[in-house]
Design a protein around this ligand. Structure first.
Ligand code: SF4
Length: 287
């Protein structure tokens, strides 16, 4: 990529086919930050109603920072991966303490916020502050690998992604790439015939896919059923409703007859700050 015609082709395609999503109608940095936290690992359709409710209740970092963590975890219900709620709450507190309640607008300051990594920091820079930076999520990573036909290191990938952004159009460019990745250049099927980048793409669906490792080095997706994550989720969900006694743990977590596993997983939840001891006899959400 990098040529004006390709950039124009993609942007034109997007303008004709773009989806209207609530976080695309705002440039408010806090709203963008909330949307990005929710969208990590949760489907768009599930995020939309939660995003709206959350921002109604916590329209600025200040409101979020002042709320007890238990409320934030409560309001996260249905999104999964509750650790993101803790990170968002801690980030809000840091934003209030160190940035006068305003989401920072530099990469270095954003990267210091809990749970904000190379992807989220750039997503905030691009989607809130309209900076011309490459936002490399899994979709964009895949497209760039395929278009260049190369396997790139993370640094090379970031550099390419930054270089591909047409000047002054970072916002629309990254939105367009994300939609292309979810609708056309998909992980398992690339619809190259209907792709606005097909004239410029080196891979085009033929031969080995440069976006996939030659030999799978990643673990197969962790099975949810019967996993520690499932037990963690069950306990946090139960705690959203009431405090839980130690004697109830096995039943609530779905591991009757395995107190050791319950203890180990609860210890992990406490360490992560998601659960607290409630005296000596039980547990509660952190206050
Ligand atoms: S031509 Fe095919 S492989 Fe290349 S970017 Fe488009 S959909 Fe993806």
């Amino acid at each position: 990529m990098g040529h004006t015609e390709q950039q124009k082709a993609l942007i034109q395609w997007w303008e004709e086919s773009s989806r209207d999503l609530p976080w695309r109608q705002t440039r408010d940095p806090w709203s963008i930050m909330v949307s990005e936290a929710m969208l990590q690992q949760t489907q768009v359709s599930r995020v939309i109603p939660k995003y709206k409710c959350f921002l109604k209740k916590y329209p600025t970092p200040q409101e979020c920072a002042e709320a007890p963590l238990s409320s934030i975890i409560d309001d996260w219900e249905g999104l999964g991966y509750n650790r993101r709620a803790i990170n968002l709450h801690r980030s809000a507190q840091k934003i209030v303490e160190m940035h006068h309640g305003l989401v920072p607008d530099t990469l270095s300051a954003l990267l210091k916020l809990p749970g904000v990594g190379p992807y989220t920091s750039r997503a905030i820079l691009c989607f809130a502050f309209e900076e011309d930076v490459g936002v490399v999520d899994v979709n964009i990573h895949r497209i760039i690998s395929r278009v260049t036909g190369e396997k790139l290191t993370p640094e090379e990938m970031q550099e390419k992604a930054d270089n591909f952004v047409p000047e002054g159009q970072g916002w629309v460019w990254n939105q367009a790439l994300m939609d292309l990745g979810s609708d056309v250049c998909k992980s398992r099927s690339a619809d190259c015939e209907n792709c606005p980048l097909s004239n410029y793409c080196r891979w085009k669906g033929e031969g080995l896919d440069p976006s996939k490792p030659k030999i799978s080095t990643t673990n197969p997706k962790e099975k949810f059923e019967g996993s520690d994550r499932q037990g963690r989720g069950k306990l946090v969900n139960a705690l959203r409703k009431r405090k839980i006694a130690c004697s109830e743990l096995e039943e609530v977590m779905g591991w009757t007859g395995d107190p050791e596993r319950c203890k180990r997983v609860v210890a992990g939840l406490i360490k992560d700050g998601l659960v607290e001891r409630n005296g000596k006899t039980g547990y509660r959400l952190p206050t």
